[in-house]
Design a protein around this ligand. Structure first.
Ligand SMILES: [Zn+2]
Ligand SMILES: [Zn+2]
Length: 827
């Protein structure tokens, strides 16, 4: 081989070559016939324009898994699509006068091209876009399914409204009381809105979290907190001098005798009744106006200054007949509980601070067991359990037991009831927007709201619309607005709200199993063959809403007999962020590296390898140009090794080979790497340690090459190179194919069976080690090579002679030099 010029590793040639091959061969078409099935899914992206590194990371993770499982003999479903409705497309339309569809589909094309350039193994035949009529037809159909099952309803709700833009804003779009876009003052407006009754499923969504042990603990906790179950009592406080009660929910009925005031939300219907025309009206009005301009997030924040104003009225605590003042407060939310909160300052820290600020009385009703609590001495609320005091017939009762006893007492006297509440509220899905799935309802003066019949679906988005800031294009479009009533044939008016895009993404994983079905959302047998998704991969920012909504949809579809699955995602991997220079990559920080740049400079295989090597998938990753260079050099080294020996090793199968010590070392390096890669992918997703095991093996091979030059054992090298190419193929799929071809192998590397390591090869090496006790040489032992510290110590202690020497003594520590020495320090 002397003098032969080694061909350079040239990703810009080999990557397009194999991408074309895969595309031409329809290479990643899903095999529906296989026995063992596995559904790998990465969250589908919003088509914003270009892929960023976060995308590249999540797709690389999914792709390694899909390719690996395929080689392990699974039929793998690995689809991709587009979460394609949403506000940015509409804003682009307003700013640039391009239709949202045009903008969206152009972005999809650009991003798809990038995904192909990354060499991701998607079955593109199954691509879905939520903005396509053949998809949103079924989104609409599913809305009607919910409606028919009593799970979709319309009601008046308070929303953030920008008068300037004439549109509803999400809570997150209100900044310091102003519109995020125009800065105009936001008002709260009551509008008729559509909701999905997710609260009906609160208990099941909570309960079934226990089925999800393949999810990160923190994601389950976030869902649990979001659902926010609390058990307690609802108590009615009659208003003095009026024939009306204030219902209040509390999780601490044991503190009921300690109520010293009552606070209503600004939106509470009683506020006007109690204050209009009184001397308190002006002050109350001021607080109400201020509170209603704040977002709910701000109002429930612990940091916000709590404010309250007296209404002039009192209500009566039913258990002790005491009159307490009624206030209006900026921190009480109408949407949670009953919109009223009873103040128990002695036993709730927020109430304690509020009572101190406004000089409201503090009454101790729970006492610690070991001391007497004096109000004057209290620096903070006493929130722990204890014994009831100042609580009439319940004095001396344990506070935990008292909860149940007081609920019974309330129920016996018809003052209240035991109650379970949830923080979770029904899902507001109406958007006064164009670029979304139209809600398929028609309003008729005679018949009321009428669902659009199935045969008239989809309700198509009209294309000839005007986009102007501050107007809902659908509400202005006469042709869309006017519709015949499906029931009586009379004049009807279409719903002009579109659906929250989170609905579109709550069922797309079903559609992938049957993406071209024109007769139903998906056939049950096809979805049952794949669902639940075995491995879902996506960002932690979706830990609550998207995952919760998808779980909700799956349960409703299960109840409707459309799927056997009760949960959509068996295992979830929440991948970490991609940072650079210690901060998340962002345009404003100027620290963005784009996938395109990396592909152009080093090739997709290097980019994929780096992104998987730099950190375990669930941890944040720090971008490092040197790290990328290192991965590039590594792939070049691999290529040179293969290229140098490819011709020598052709046709070698190792059947008659004899191996010397160095040959055995080379073989052991290959089998060790194979074992490590197999276990790291399959059991732990530790792609980073898997890759470093391959790097170590390649180092060994280079050492072998330097020692043996052209006198290598071709059987050992043949085995090494084949294993190397196979284990590297899922990470660097293009180079994998190229090397497989260079080795003269048949077919595609990605259709080979994943090799099995030989435990005997791993075991072959033994080493002689020195055993010392307290620094004195006491013997020599022959043990397997490569043992860790504990195993080496164990081997030494198991030796008869050493065992006698240390018997009855305590081994304080063991000092080891791998494969060379154990020194036992005993006392
Ligand atoms: Zn505005
Ligand atoms: Zn009608």
């Amino acid at each position: 081989m002397g003098g032969r010029i080694v061909a350079d590793y040239n990703p810009s040639v080999i990557e397009p070559k194999w991408q074309n091959f895969w595309e031409k061969e329809d290479f990643y078409k899903t095999d529906e016939e296989g026995k063992k099935k596995y559904y790998v899914l990465e969250m589908f992206p919003y088509p914003s324009g270009r892929l960023h590194m976060g995308h590249m990371r999540v797709y690389s993770i999914g792709d390694v898994l899909a390719r690996f499982l395929n080689m392990r003999g699974y039929s793998v479903l690995h689809p991709m699509g587009w979460d394609a409705f949403g506000l940015p497309a509409e804003n682009a339309a307003i700013e640039r006068q391009v239709h949202p569809a045009e903008w969206t589909y152009a972005n999809i094309e650009a991003m798809k091209k990038q995904q192909k350039a990354l060499g991701i193994s998607y079955d593109w035949d199954r691509e879905v876009a939520t903005c396509a009529p053949d998809y949103y037809k079924w989104t609409q159909w599913l809305f009607l399914l919910f409606y028919k099952r009593g799970l979709a309803y319309k009601k008046k709700a308070s929303v953030n409204w920008c008068p300037q833009c004439a549109t509803v804003l999400a809570n997150e779009q209100v900044e310091d009381g102003g519109c995020w876009r125009c800065g105009d003052e936001v008002v709260v407006k009551d509008l008729e809105q559509w909701f999905l009754r997710i609260t009906d499923y609160a208990e099941r969504l909570l309960d079934d979290l226990k089925l999800l042990d393949g999810w990160p603990e923190r994601v389950r906790t976030m869902q649990e907190n979001w659902i926010g179950k609390s058990e307690g009592a609802e108590i009615r406080f009659p208003v003095t001098g009026k024939d009306v009660d204030i219902p209040v929910f509390t999780t601490r009925p044991d503190t009921l005798y300690g109520v010293t005031y009552m606070v209503l939300a600004a939106e509470h219907p009683l506020v006007d009744d109690l204050t209009v025309g009184t001397e308190h009206e002006a002050a109350v009005r001021q607080l109400v106006d201020k509170a209603r301009k704040m977002s709910e997030v701000d109002r429930s924040s612990t940091e916000m200054e709590k404010e309250g104003v007296f209404t002039g009225s009192y209500c009566i605590n039913p258990v002790n007949g005491k009159e307490v003042p009624i206030l209006v407060g900026n921190y009480v939310l109408m949407g949670y509980g009953t919109g009223a909160v009873m103040g128990v300052p002695a036993h709730d820290q927020r109430d304690f601070e509020f009572a101190k600020k406004y000089n409201l009385p503090i009454q101790v009703v729970i006492s610690p067991r070991d001391k007497f609590l004096q109000v004057e001495d209290m620096q903070e609320a006493y929130v722990d359990a204890g014994v009831l005091v100042n609580s009439s017939r319940f004095d001396g009762t344990d506070s935990v037991a008292a909860k149940k006893a007081i609920i019974e007492y309330l129920e016996d006297n018809d003052w209240g009831t035991g109650k379970v509440t949830y923080r979770l509220r029904d899902w507001l899905i109406s958007r006064q927007r164009y670029w979304g799935a139209p809600i398929p309802m028609i309003y008729c003066d005679e018949c009321g709201p009428v669902p659009v019949p199935d045969e008239d679906l989809p309700v198509m988005l009209p294309e000839d619309v005007k986009f102007e800031a501050g107007k809902s294009p659908l509400a202005e479009h006469e042709g869309f607005l006017n519709a015949k009533c499906p029931t009586c044939g009379g004049k009807g008016r279409r719903e002009t709200d579109t659906m929250d895009t989170f609905i579109c993404s709550s069922w797309y994983f079903f559609r992938y199993t049957d993406p071209k079905n024109e007769n139903e959302a998906f056939a049950k047998d096809r979805s049952d063959a794949w669902l639940p998704v075995d491995q879902y991969i996506g960002g932690i920012e979706h830990a609550i809403l998207h995952l919760l909504y998808s779980r909700f949809f799956t349960k409703v579809l299960h109840d409707a007999g459309m799927t056997e699955a009760v949960e959509p995602f068996t295992r979830l991997l929440a991948q970490g962020m991609v940072n650079k220079d210690g901060a998340k990559m962002s345009k404003s920080k100027g620290n963005v590296v784009s996938p395109d740049e990396i592909i152009e400079k080093y090739g997709a295989d290097t980019g994929r390898l780096f992104i998987l090597f730099a950190a375990p998938p669930e941890k944040d990753l720090d971008w490092s140009d040197r790290g990328v260079e290192g991965c590039y050099r590594f792939l070049k080294r691999v290529w040179r090794l293969v290229d140098r020996y490819a011709d020598d090793v052709r046709g070698q199968n190792g059947e008659t080979a004899e191996y010397d010590k160095q040959d055995q070392e080379l073989r052991r390096a290959a089998h060790t790497a194979l074992k490590k890669v197999t276990e790291d992918i399959e059991e732990r997703f530790n792609f980073n340690t898997a890759i470093s095991a391959v790097m170590e093996a390649v180092n060994t091979a280079y050492g072998y090459m330097n020692e043996k030059e052209d006198h290598i054992n071709t059987a050992a090298m043949a085995e090494f190179l084949e294993m190397l190419v196979l284990v590297l193929a899922p990470f660097a799929p293009h180079l994998g194919e190229e090397m497989w071809e260079r080795l003269g192998k048949e077919g595609s590397v990605h259709q080979q069976q994943w090799p099995a390591y030989d435990p005997d090869v791993l075991q072959v090496a033994e080493v002689e080690i020195v055993v010392q006790v307290n620094g004195k040489v006491r013997g020599k032992l022959t043990i397997p090579a490569g043992l860790d510290k504990e195993a080496m110590q164990k081997q030494a202690m198991a030796d008869d002679r050493i065992g006698q020497l240390v018997e009855g003594k305590q081994v304080v520590k063991a000092i080891t030099v791998p494969d060379k020495l154990v020194n036992l320090v005993v006392r």
